[in-house]
Design a protein around this ligand. Sequence first.
Ligand code: CU
Length: 291
Amino acid sequence: MLVLMRLIRSAAPVLVVALAFAAALVAGGVAFANDYGQPVPWQMGFQKSAAPTMDDITWFHDILLWIITIITLFVLALLLIVIVKFNAKANPTPSKTTHNTLIEVAWTVIPVVILVAIAVPSFRILFYQLNTPPADVTIKATGKQWYWSYSYPDAKFEFDSIMLKDNERKAEQPRLLSVDNEMVVPVNKVVRVQVIGADVIHAFAVPSFGVKIDAIPGRLNETWFKATREGVYYGQCSELCGKDHAFMPISVRVVNEQAYTAWIEDAKKKYARDDRAPATNFAAAAGARSQ
Ligand SMILES: [Cu+2]
């Protein structure tokens, strides 16, 4: 009993700090509750979902957290029982039991049942992510050192998307995430993203859409998302790709159908390819030379 009292007394300051920390997290969560598409100070957990895939991922993560917590607490309780009830002082003559068939079957079968129960939704979500439904819009994202290029093959244009420097940014544009030319997509439409690397391996990732796929030179990868909410959603290259890996953000603007059609018409003019233009990078120069 004395030991327990001493333990509680020594743990009190830790408890106070933990409570203050939890309060700060809750306050932070409330203050930034309306932010979508980007990380927020004091964020716990994932960025808010804006696509069905991410809804599934968030649900699966949350349910796994519950399962893990219950198992951990159960094992902790068993350990505490052993420490308290079966230490040398409390239990001087230990039992000689070595086997118990029922308990051995139980501790084999129950974990198997738990794992199978986890595997079922896990595979369902995996197949959902990997099967691209019939797409309304196709965009090809090319990872380059160190920026992304987006090509809209149906509208026949392509453009580069370069990170904005601090002196180029407007106040509301987040630092290290905003770009000069955003990828624009319509809301509630299936967007197929074909992803490739032009030089080294990059990775195309937008957390709010539950999308992350490698951009590999010589291999066309494919993923998809359906944004269910208008707004700007940010992601970053997620494969170490060189010195400016941290400075090639992905910025996706989700707009309504009319705004999207208008943007496509504008973009066709703005990004019209002029094959006579001087090459601006090595890849383009090499391409021009081989023609
Ligand atoms: Cu990269």
